[in-house]
Design a binder for this molecule. Structure first.
Ligand code: NAI
Length: 486
């Protein structure tokens, strides 16, 4: 407890180191700093109680302190067991003595949580009883775990029961069921009251948006959602240029293997896959892409990448990266057929892209920890083939946050400026957002881009009035129709 506020982080002694990094990150996050200057005086988030479930990094610290600078109270957990930067978590708890960074922001996150600890942190970030409330009135989610817990909690309370451990689909699901069972025993209406108090959620990533869209389609969505991912200034920047930076960062920190000359396979050529393929090619790798979508496959081919199936390229692949948001993309059989010491990594949101459970079940397979978040899995020799191994990063979880420190500040400033604007929109204009999944209007997307131009020395050309009328757009924008794809 710091200043009367409960928190759980690795080591508060890291706070000073975290604060230095936050200070440098602020310089690289012009969008967030401009929003503080523009909106801070009006305090649009006064009264907002935001539960955040998003990687507790240095950049997220700048996001949290922007939300508090706009008047919000927050409680925070990470959305991945490996992604917390402990110095950032400590710095947020300790604060900096300035109004935007008060002491005692409750953070529940550390690098290397167990699954049980992870869901405890998420649950605790949703628990506002210490502040005297049933729950948050806003969610800020990345991947949708906080949103999922609330929805599953409401369903369990309506049914009056939680399925037994035998119903669990996997180890993680068992932990979620146990969390719900404990909550139901303590208060049979907790999540129902909590959901009633929620004005909505702003969701950061592709996978979380998939979940929201499914819930809305099935009539299960309980509150409005803003899809931050599909702001152009999010998915076409963070997913692509962020991964272009942090994929190679993760590979280098984990293995320091020379990428040049190697055969690197990128599974999926969406926004993330495009950035990953470009960065591997930039390092001199021979990049091969796999896709299910003919449009994305054709795009990859037009960029000069070989496009084929994973099975086809397995015997020659040195590095395999999954970027699909799909499941079972790399199976245990695939890994058993790979070259000796092939590197296998996932940069998609969840760990089901690589079948880690299947790998652990392979007869005679041995797992050796090379260092945290880097494991060698040795397959026993059989028939013609002698003993061989694959190197798996971050146990199949997102490797750019597990093995490195995620995306750099500048690109996260674009993403998080959308988050802040979406929080202000939903909190202050709640009645204008029905219970559905929305995207931010284009003029706000363009605003986020504008906030990042000066820092890069970009000078925009202005339309004349007659040019604008010729194109049929306002002089000040928006410049493109909704369907424009950038
Ligand atoms: P996207 O939908 O643009 O791209 C995914 C691509 O994978 C699609 O083109 C799809 O056709 C393809 N695909 C699906 N199943 C496949 C399969 N079995 N084999 C080959 N290709 C397949 O999605 P986006 O935005 O690229 O995101 C991908 C994942 O990365 C999501 O889980 C998202 O949440 C996550 N993400 C991770 C980030 C990070 O920092 N690690 C940053 C942003 C997103």
């Amino acid at each position: 407890v710091v200043g009367g506020v409960q928190h759980l982080v690795a080591d508060l002694g890291l706070a000073e180191a975290g604060r230095h990094q936050i200070r440098l990150a602020e310089h690289e996050m012009p969008g967030l700093m401009a929003l503080r200057a523009e909106m801070g005086p009006a305090q649009p988030l006064r009264g907002a109680r935001i539960t955040g479930s998003l990687h507790m990094t240095v950049q997220t610290a700048v996001l949290i302190e922007t939300l508090t600078a706009l008047g919000a109270e927050v409680r925070w957990a990470s959305c991945n067991i490996f992604s917390t930067q402990d110095e950032a978590a400590a710095a947020v708890v300790v604060g900096s003595g300035t109004p935007e960074a008060p002491a005692g922001v409750p953070v529940f996150a550390w690098k290397g949580e167990t699954l049980a600890e992870y869901w405890w942190c998420t649950d605790t970030a949703l628990d506002w009883s210490r502040e005297g409330h049933d729950g948050p009135n806003m969610l800020l989610d990345d991947g949708g775990d906080a949103t999922l817990l609330v929805h599953n909690g409401v369903s369990a309370e309506a049914a009056g029961e939680v399925a037994g451990p035998e119903a669990a689909e996997n180890a993680e699901h068992a932990v979620v069921l146990e969390t719900l069972r404990r909550s139901l025993a303590a208060d049979g209406q907790r999540f129902t009251k909590l959901a009633q108090g929620l004005k909505g959620v702003t969701e950061e990533t592709t996978t979380g948006v998939h979940r929201l869209v499914e819930m809305a389609r099935d009539g299960r969505l309980l509150f409005p959602a803003i899809n931050v991912n599909d702001s152009v200034t999010k998915s076409k920047f963070d997913n692509t240029y962020g991964c272009r930076h942090s994929l190679v960062d993760g590979l280098n920190r984990a293995t320091d293997v020379l990428i040049g000359g190697k055969v690197a396979v990128v599974c999926g050529y969406g926004d993330v896959g495009k950035g990953c393929a470009e960065s591997l090619r930039g390092q001199g790798a021979r990049v091969v892409v796999t896709e299910v979508d003919p449009i994305c496959a054709l795009q990859a081919a037009m960029e000069g990448y070989q496009v084929t199936t994973l099975e086809d390229v397995l015997p020659t692949a040195d590095i395999v990266v999954t970027t699909t948001g799909c499941k079972d993309v790399v199976t245990a059989d695939h890994m058993a057929a790979m070259k000796d010491k092939a590197i296998v990594a996932n940069i998609g949101h969840f760990d089901n892209e690589i079948d880690m459970a299947g790998l652990a079940r392979v007869e005679g397979v041995q797992r050796t920890e090379i260092k945290p978040q880097v494991h060698e899995w040795v397959f026993p020799g059989s028939g013609e083939r002698p003993e061989h191994s694959v190197i798996v990063l971050s146990e199949g979880r997102l490797m750019n946050l597990g093995n490195a420190t995620g995306h750099p500040s500048f690109v996260m400033s674009c993403s998080f400026s959308n988050q802040v604007i979406a929080q202000v929109e939903l909190f202050t204009r709640t009645d204008e957002y029905a219970t559905a999944v929305h995207v931010l209007p284009k003029h706000l997307d363009e605003k986020v881009a504008r906030l990042h131009l000066d820092a890069l020395g970009v000078r925009l050309t202005e339309l004349s009035a007659s040019q604008a009328s010729y194109l049929g757009v306002p002089v000040e924008g928006p410049f493109k129709p909704e369907a424009y794809r950038y």
